[in-house]
Design a protein around this ligand. Structure first.
Ligand code: NAD
Ligand code: MG
Length: 398
């Protein structure tokens, strides 16, 4: 890649992935012109980033916080705006490259807006794929930008998939760290606090994905993500627990050969890959020191302690927008756990119960075609309502 300046928007710039993205630009000396930075509520961090990077727009999703942002950016020449529509408008500025790193289904509409403009989408926001993957991928393909996965497992598969033998793939194998409770008993897990659940052994991430890693719903969401991204049915996607997080995922071909991608657990690596693809970014990344790593170990996931993987597999097999319903129920359950309203082991049952109350509504609705966003939002809203209702009964029962 030459020293060509590219225009960039970072959606969710104040989060773990957003910060890593800007840090990578800094450390690699990438030639970037930032069009917009967006955040949910973190005004202080957003203002600091805006003063450093001087985007055209700094966007705070929570409109109540806009006056504070304006104060901090007064005289800087950075235009401060607020609200959901402003986030979408920022996404739709037609940047060459858009990092989609908002957390949750809230990232769907802005990501679709960016895809429609033909921006290259570096996709960290896995929930948008889980909600409306087929539609998002089709829109991005038609508009010309395409989607490059940033989730480390999907980046790994993306890197080792050989374009000329896509139909010779036998299996995709997603690696999972197993999270902080990999070796805990069910009794210990029942007592787990939010602080213990967010303390991930290998990766430093936002609170929501950290809880998802602890329940392994993260791997469930990633299975759906992989199925859509690589057009592979649930039956041909396996999960293996690999506590060192050095092998980021694998592709097994029909001749029995399996290719893997390795690296230290640092999200800047898949971000760099999505930035430079199909080139490689020369930057002082931490290198893999195999003798220091010493051993790579593997184990099968335990469905008793981590039922979320099977819940997600079943939702994917049910088809249609069932994964969108699952995602919404999981967002409600994770928020309730973080608020200490439910226990750690209540998260997966709340998701299952919501899906059974949906009564197959999601299965019957297609995730593709022109109405996909509207349909996904509708299923998302229904599932959130049912999950909140199940939650209030659960609270009565306890
Ligand atoms: P985070 O919580 O650290 O950051 C989320 C960002 O989104 C913040 O900038 C926040 O201000 C913004 N935001 C929150 N709610 C919003 C809303 N309603 N509207 C607009 N903006 C909002 O999360 P993260 O760990 O950076 O993860 C971001 C996404 O990337 C998630 O979908 C996650 O699953 C995915 N991901 C993260 C990692 C990781 O290592 N952190 C790895 C793989 C995938
Ligand atoms: Mg991942």
């Amino acid at each position: 890649m030459g020293a060509l300046t590219r225009t960039v928007t970072v959606l969710g710039s104040t989060g773990s992935i957003g910060v890593s993205t800007l840090d990578l630009f800094e450390k690699s000396g990438a030639e970037v012109e930032i069009l917009a930075l967006t955040a949910g509520r973190n005004v202080a961090k957003l203002a600091e980033q805006a003063l450093r990077w001087r985007p055209k727009l700094a966007v705070i999703q929570d409109e109540k916080l806009l006056p504070g942002l304006r104060d901090r950016l007064a005289g800087s020449g950075v235009h401060a705006v607020g609200g959901d529509a402003a986030v979408e408008d920022a996404a739709a500025m037609g940047a060459d490259w858009v990092m989609s790193a908002i957390v949750g289904a809230a990232g769907l509409a802005p990501t679709l807006a960016a895809a429609r403009k033909g921006s290259v989408i570096a996709l960290a926001n896995k929930e948008s794929l889980v909600c409306a993957g087929p539609a998002l991928l089709e829109i991005a393909r038609q508009a010309g930008g395409g989607v490059i996965p940033v989730d480390s497992e999907h980046s790994a598969i993306f890197q080792v998939l050989q374009p000329d033998c896509r139909d010779r793939v036998a299996r995709l194998i997603l690696t999972a760290s197993g999270g902080p409770f990999r070796t805990w008993t069910l009794e210990q897990m029942r007592q787990a606090t939010p602080e213990q659940a967010v303390a991930h052994p290998n990766w430093s991430m936002g609170a929501k994905i950290s809880i998802d890693s602890a329940t392994m719903m993260n791997k469930g969401l990633e299975m759906v993500e992989a199925s859509y991204l690589f057009d592979t049915p649930a039956e041909r996607i396996d999960v293996v627990v690999h506590p060192q997080s050095v092998i980021h995922s694998l592709v097994e071909y029909q001749d029995g050969s399996t290719l893997a991608q390795l690296g230290p657990p640092d999200m800047k690596a898949p971000i760099a890959c999505a930035w430079a693809w199909p080139d490689r970014l020369p930057w002082p990344a931490e290198r893999l020191d195999l003798p220091r790593v010493g051993q790579l170990t593997f184990e099968a996931p335990d469905p008793q302690r981590f039922p979320a993987v099977d819940i997600a597999r079943a939702a994917l097999q049910a088809g249609g927008l069932t994964p969108a319903a699952m995602n919404a129920a999981n967002e409600v359950a994770v928020a309730a756990f973080l608020d200490r309203k439910i226990g750690f082991l209540d998260i997966a049952p709340l998701v299952s119960e919501t899906l059974s109350r949906m009564n197959g509504l999601g299965d019957r609705m297609s995730g593709a075609g022109g109405d996909a966003l509207e349909n996904a939002m509708m299923i998302d809203a229904s599932a959130r309502r049912l999950a909140a209702d199940a939650l209030s009964r659960h609270l009565v029962l306890h």
